[in-house]
Design a protein around this ligand. Structure first.
Ligand code: GAL
Length: 414
């Protein structure tokens, strides 16, 4: 039995529609000038400890994750970063030097191990005095910490607002949201400058939940990626809500600076195969960082197949670096397109509901996508050639997706 979206090609209706061009609002938005970045020219790919292991991460688990990234073929598929999230931090000594806790006896040795596998290593901190997990943050020690990361050989920093809210924002600027936002931006810029001063290329990942439209100013203070929302969870409703919140942000992403709808939950919780597939598809359409967060040593083959689907990864990593946009929706069915290098286009149709059947199927309106006439493409989840025609009925399983790449689209793609 097919596990992917069931695509009904049987009825080719002849109705034609008036083309409706929907210019995404964000294309008119002001763009911050990104700083020149040597890193993250495509969205970072890797694995992060938080979504599955949370506080249970340790040296052994990171080594096992690195081993598995290689053994499962994920490395060959493009996954590079092995990122330690919160709960590695110990205490600061009299000189202000932050030590690791007992779970991480030797961070330099761990970084060397991850590097020896041809991978890169990431770490986590906060501009506040404490991280979200209550461990030591970088407040007042930014340069010192950045130098230490560089000495260890760290390649990626996730910087999570957390206690900076109570430590600084609410203390220094009570009741003045605009002043709080300026303090927040300055804190991120402080770490940006500290990282740059080390001379080591380090991906700088902002985690402040999208506050103050971070996409407008993040790149100007060194963000290579910035969270656009609160936390993801391994639940369809949350994942779909996050996808919806990305519509309109496409103008802000590009090589070196990406919107981050949070890390992947593929393989976590009780997500169905369709939901895992749609989650991964939409992160690729969104040019999102692909940071797996599952239990790699116990990964099921069908989850590995999703995470290592080269065709879908190629959409995410497309060299044009243009994020996809939601072109239209019809009730609970949404149609997104992503322009790709060489004039190609990816089309994703998501059924976020559970009530469209062959009696009243969704009909694909190619005109709205700027396409004219029959389009031949590849269904990236079945690997088969498909033909898309205007007004064709599509019957998708609940929470499933159709993802088609058209290399030579006819028309003027949105
Ligand atoms: C949250 C963050 C999560 C994780 C967690 C660690 O603020 O969004 O991704 O890093 O903190 O405590």
């Amino acid at each position: 039995m097919r596990v992917s979206a069931s695509l009904s090609l049987a009825v080719l209706a002849l109705t034609s529609f008036t083309a409706v061009s929907q210019t995404p609002a964000a294309s008119k938005a002001q763009l911050a000038t990104p700083q020149v970045s040597q890193v993250a020219q495509t969205p970072p790919m890797g694995w992060n400890s938080w979504n599955y292991f949370a506080g249970r991460v340790d040296d052994k688990g990171i080594r096992a994750a690195a081993d598995q990234v290689v053994a499962t073929g994920m490395k060959d598929a493009g996954y590079v970063y092995v990122n330690i999230d919160d709960t590695w931090e110990g205490e600061r000594d009299a000189n202000g030097v932050l030590h690791t806790n007992a779970k991480f006896p030797d961070m330099k040795a761990l970084a060397d191990y991850v590097h020896s596998k041809g991978l890169k290593i990431g770490i986590y901190s906060s501009p506040g005095s404490k991280t979200c997990g209550g461990y030591a943050g970088s407040l007042g020690h930014e340069e010192q910490d950045a130098r230490m990361y560089a000495e260890w050989g760290i390649d990626y920093l996730k910087y999570d607002l957390c206690s900076f809210i109570g430590d600084v924002l609410e203390k220094q600027a009570p009741n003045d949201k605009a002043a709080q936002m300026r303090l927040m931006i300055a804190a991120y810029d402080k770490m940006n400058k500290a990282l740059k001063a080390t001379g080591r290329p380090i991906v700088f990942s902002f985690c402040q939940y999208g506050w103050d439209a971070v996409w407008e100013w993040g790149p100007s203070v060194g963000a290579n990626l910035w969270r656009t929302t609160g936390d993801v969870t391994p639940e369809w409703d949350r994942i779909y809500a996050i996808v919806s919140q990305q519509a309109g942000l496409e103008a802000y992403a590009g090589p070196g600076h990406w919107n981050d709808p949070d890390m992947l939950e593929v393989g976590n919780g009780k997500l169905t195969l369709a939901e895992n597939r749609t989650h991964f598809t939409m992160w690729a359409m969104l040019a999102a960082p692909l940071l797996a967060g599952n239990d790699l040593p116990n990964m099921k083959p069908e989850i590995k197949a999703i995470l290592t689907n080269r065709d879908v990864i190629a959409i995410d990593q497309d060299s044009l670096g243009k994020q996809g946009a939601r072109i239209y929706s019809d009730g609970e069915v949404e149609v997104w397109t992503r322009p790709l290098a060489g004039g190609a286009v990816a089309i994703a149709v998501v059924d976020a509901g559970d009530s469209r059947y062959s009696t009243h199927p969704f009909h694909l309106n190619l005109h709205k996508l700027g396409l004219t006439g029959k389009q031949t493409g590849k269904d990236l989840w079945t690997g088969k050639t498909v033909e898309l025609t205007d007004n064709m009925p599509l019957e998708l399983a609940s929470h499933d997706v159709l993802l088609v790449r058209v290399d030579k689209p006819k028309g003027h793609v949105q």
